[in-house]
Design a protein around this ligand. Structure first.
Ligand SMILES: Nc1ncnc2c1ncn2[C@@H]1O[C@H](COP(=O)(O)OP(=O)(O)OP(=O)(O)O)[C@@H](O)[C@H]1O
Length: 240
């Protein structure tokens, strides 16, 4: 799915959270790098329709949410910063409930994500209640859940914050493989330089403005920087 964000601004009261954002997301993994308060979650809220879009436009393969909400939402998978799992239900019950919302049977949902459940070390935990899982495994369940309906747009809002290192690496590896092998557009918000790989697309967001949006390699070459942290510092100094 191709997502075009054009001239999008958003204010909370008089505070400009996003200021004239223009982006085009294509299949593959795009990292949205920005510090706390840069406007990442606000952008997610506008793309998902949780916040009403009042300035600019966002289209999904050419259609807006107000034109084709049901079909666009059916193609969207989202992991928000805050967990939305029911902690008193088991892993399987959480997956099953989500599948049923999309008109998918539990059996076909589990069969579709079986490989993923194995990779995420969740198969043996299907009957475990979420409250008995650690944070890393809870996040893995959320990732598996949002892939049940085969989305073509995946939005991940700081999905590895606060997780153990093994879960962080695993989630990053799974999402990178997914974005590489399937026709899925992934937008991954992060404030961690080390999560950005040189073969990713990169959007640098600061104080509600896009400072750069290009393949990472191209940005490193353009600004003569060796790594993401130095690129970031260079862009901040140049842009603000
Ligand atoms: N509901 C709200 N009411 C008022 N101001 C808000 C609200 N939500 C966000 N903001 C402000 O808008 C700006 C952008 O916030 P946003 O949460 O989008 O940034 P972020 O990059 O996702 O940061 P974080 O990683 O801390 O969530 C910040 O200055 C924040 O304080």
């Amino acid at each position: 799915m191709e997502i075009a964000v054009q001239a999008v601004s958003h204010q909370y009261g008089g505070h400009h959270a996003l200021d004239n954002i223009n982006l085009c997301l294509k299949p593959g993994l795009t990292m949205l790098l920005g510090p706390n308060g840069a406007g990442k979650s606000t952008l997610f809220a506008l793309i998902t329709g949780l916040q009403k879009l009042t300035q600019g436009s966002i289209t999904f393969d050419g259609a807006t949410l107000s034109q084709s909400r049901t079909s666009i939402m059916a193609k969207m998978g989202v992991v928000f910063q805050q967990s939305t799992l029911d902690i008193d239900l088991s892993v399987k019950q959480n997956l099953s409930y989500f599948a049923s919302l999309h008109g998918i049977s539990t059996a076909s949902a589990l069969s579709h994500i079986q490989g993923l459940l194995d990779e995420l070390d969740l198969t043996s935990k299907l009957n475990t209640k979420i409250r008995n899982l650690n944070g890393g495994h809870r996040r893995r369940v959320e990732l598996a859940r949002c892939l049940i309906h085969k989305p073509s747009l995946l939005l991940l809002d700081e999905p590895t914050v606060g997780l153990d290192i093994e879960s962080r690496h695993l989630i990053l590896r799974v999402v990178q493989a997914l974005a590489h092998s399937q026709n899925v557009s992934v937008l991954w918000a992060t404030h961690l330089f080390e999560e950005v790989k040189h073969n990713n697309n990169l959007i640098v967001l600061s104080k509600g403005q896009v400072l750069a949006h290009d393949p990472c390699e191209a940005l490193l070459a353009k600004y003569h920087q060796q790594d993401i942290e130095h690129l970031w510092q260079h862009l901040i100094q140049e842009g603000c």
